[in-house]
Design a protein around this ligand. Structure first.
Ligand code: ATP
Length: 209
């Protein structure tokens, strides 16, 4: 009798995987709220928070990548479906989102990668490596951010946004689409937290770490 050579445990396929990359220097309650909202809007069994190793867009932070990873893992403990992924902190050299998405897609060939990006980052997407390919690499989900108006998108990116926009839901998750995450504006920023820490202020209402 022919037996299908795979069983459910071996099957690496999840139909949708949530991805949330960032410096997380440090992780804050805005990040956590966004990761939960992504999970819930697309019914994702798993959202991976991926702290970057050497970020291409900014100076190397004083807290080391393994330390930032450890703090992210600690902040996610007990959060259903939210997991820390250390692939970028283990990688030698610069980390580019396009490479990370390609790696994840190769590991999960049939999954739709539902990946989150803040509105400030989306406005700058054209500075990202191979940005047109990023639009095709998964379902991009944009989180609005205080102070950043998507009306300021460059014309060609705005055009892509209009062509690709769909409401966020498990049914609309598809490569090449873009959605805006339905969250309230979240007034948290790692830069602000670092500045407060430098002034000796209490940041316990802003970050779990
Ligand atoms: P920094 O202030 O140091 O730039 P950050 O608060 O933006 O840090 P990152 O780790 O760089 O934190 O953010 C990871 C991703 O999350 C980015 O795409 C960023 O745009 C997004 N993001 C972070 N905070 C918010 C927020 N409050 N609202 C919406 N998006 C956010």
């Amino acid at each position: 009798m022919y037996r299908f050579p795979y069983n459910a445990r071996m099957n690496p396929v999840a139909s949708r995987i949530g991805i949330f990359g960032g410096t997380f220097d440090p992780i804050h309650y805005g990040h956590l709220a966004l990761a939960r909202a992504l999970r819930d809007a697309f019914a994702l069994p798993e959202v991976r928070l991926i702290p970057t190793g050497l970020p291409p867009h900014r100076d190397t932070p004083p807290v080391t990548p393994p330390q930032r990873f450890a703090l992210v893992a600690q902040a996610l403990a007990g959060e259903p479906g939210l997991v820390a992924d250390d692939r970028e902190v283990r990688r030698q050299g610069y980390c580019y989102t396009i490479d990370t998405l390609a790696e994840l897609q190769a590991e999960h060939p049939r999954a739709v990668l539902v990946w989150l990006i803040g509105g400030d980052s989306f406005l700058n997407l054209k500075t990202w490596r191979r940005w047109p390919e990023l639009l095709e690499a998964g379902h991009m989900v944009v989180a609005a951010r205080p102070g950043f108006d998507l009306a300021g998108l460059p014309a060609d990116l705005a055009e892509q946004f209009v062509i690709r926009a769909v409401l966020p839901s498990p049914e609309t998750a598809e490569k090449g689409k873009i959605s805006v995450l339905p969250t309230p504006l979240l007034p948290y920023s790692s830069t602000d937290i670092r500045a407060r820490l430098a002034r000796g202020e209490d940041v316990t209402a802003l970050t779990p770490v």
